[in-house]
Design a protein around this ligand. Structure first.
Ligand SMILES: [Zn+2]
Length: 409
């Protein structure tokens, strides 16, 4: 056994199962749904729990607001000598619990039953966050001499506009990182690819009129309908051109919002109509070309209705990512999977975008997404994570960090 394997063994022995379970439970019990207009409805309490843990470990901790009351927590463990910087990334915000009456457990109770931790965020992604913090704790407690630096990026607003990770990148924290592990629920399988996303609003403007005299105005609704049809045609064209990605499936162009008129007054033809599109892309697609396609589709749809104007606005652009299989962080994570899980890792793809999108796209950092929890369970009622999976994730993160900082395998 060589030095690195010995270090990994010491670190794995130092993983404190009771600690990671307790921390995951406390994080679930700390609500962090962003509720605009409610001063208590932010990530700040969950961020404070993380910051307190990290300070107690003696790490250098920085707290920076991505938006008022929506902090990022950044904490560094510094190795014994200069070396690579590896980021462990997670988000504190969780989606709404929805109607609590539909849950069979209290959404923020952190109930543990039959080896599962239940609650909003258990899988997405307080289990992963606890695993990442406990992994750094194990490395510290093991007292192993490793070069380099581990940086915990614990950010806000992943479920929204990803202001947390964008602020983290803008403030320079990703600079020089050799890789990042995104601790999202992926059944502890390494994901090297993830879909891209474009969110666009098509607005159609006509002229208001009485429903009895529609010709005296311009109705934007048929233009919006034509745009929906053109979106479907674009989806078919993209699928024909790019086919199925083996891990991500086909690209999609989905109308998610359609607004026009007012149910209170069915005899009024309103001047405005809006269609929102959620476009999901796979490696090989060009977002710039898609933007042009959407602009042309909006213009052509408006032209079908004389006097109607159409405009398209892209409100969010998240590129797809595809990390090379020989990146140091990939080799480190996959070696850690073999070591902890005792089998060859099975690569998967991330169907949505994550904070990793911006670490890759804006800062050029190679990313691997891996963490505890079923891929399908987030955002549902009775969300849970298996505690064995949380502990395994902690071991994978800890071992991967050792391999990565040591420059192996
Ligand atoms: Zn998540």
């Amino acid at each position: 056994m060589d030095d690195v394997e010995r270090a990994v063994e010491t670190v794995l022995d130092a993983v404190d199962v009771a600690y990671v379970v307790d921390l995951a439970q406390r994080l679930v019990q700390t609500p962090s749904v962003f509720r605009p207009g409610d001063p208590a409805g932010t990530e700040s309490a969950a961020a404070a729990v993380c910051a307190a843990e990290l300070r107690a470990l003696g790490l250098e901790v920085r707290v920076e607001d991505a938006a008022p009351g929506r902090p990022n927590v950044i904490a560094d463990w510094a190795g014994a000598a200069p070396g690579p910087l590896l980021i462990l990334e997670g988000h504190t915000d969780v989606v709404t619990e929805g109607d609590a009456a539909l849950w069979s457990v209290p959404p923020f109770g952190g109930l543990i039953r039959d080896g599962r931790l239940y609650g909003r965020g258990a899988a997405d992604m307080k289990g992963g966050l606890a695993a990442a913090i406990a992994a750094v704790r194990a490395i510290r407690d093991a007292g192993v001499r490793l070069p380099g630096r581990l940086r915990l990026a614990i950010v806000s607003d992943e479920e929204g506009m990803m202001l947390g990770i964008k602020t983290f990148v803008r403030n320079g924290w990703a600079q020089g990182a050799v890789g990042a592990i995104i601790c999202e629920p992926e059944d502890n399988c390494p994901c090297l690819v993830q879909k891209g996303a474009l969110r666009a609003l098509a607005r159609f403007s006509g002229r208001m009129a009485h429903g009895a005299m529609p010709k005296s105005g311009v109705n934007p609704i048929p233009a919006a309908a034509a745009f929906v049809g053109r979106a479907a045609a674009l989806e078919a064209a993209y699928a024909a051109r790019h086919g199925q990605h083996p891990l991500l499936g086909a690209p999609s162009v989905t109308p998610t919002v359609c607004q026009a008129g007012d149910l209170a007054q069915l005899n009024v033809m309103h001047a405005e109509a809006l269609v929102a599109l959620d476009v999901r892309t796979i490696p090989g697609q060009e977002h710039g070309a898609i933007r042009l396609d959407l602009e042309r589709a909006a213009a052509a749809a408006a032209e079908e209705v004389p006097g109607c104007r159409g405009a398209l606005e892209v409100i969010e652009d998240r590129p797809w990512t595809d990390t090379p299989g020989d990146a140091a962080v990939v080799r480190a994570v996959e070696q850690a999977c073999r070591r902890v899980q005792g089998r060859a890792p099975v690569r998967r793809g991330v169907p949505g975008s994550t904070d990793g999108t911006f670490l890759r796209a804006w800062a050029g950092v190679p990313i691997v997404t891996i963490g505890p929890g079923d891929v399908t369970i987030p955002h549902q009622v009775d969300e849970f994570v298996r505690l064995d999976d949380v502990v395994d994730a902690c071991r994978i993160f800890a071992a991967a960090a050792c391999y990565c900082l040591a420059g192996r395998p």
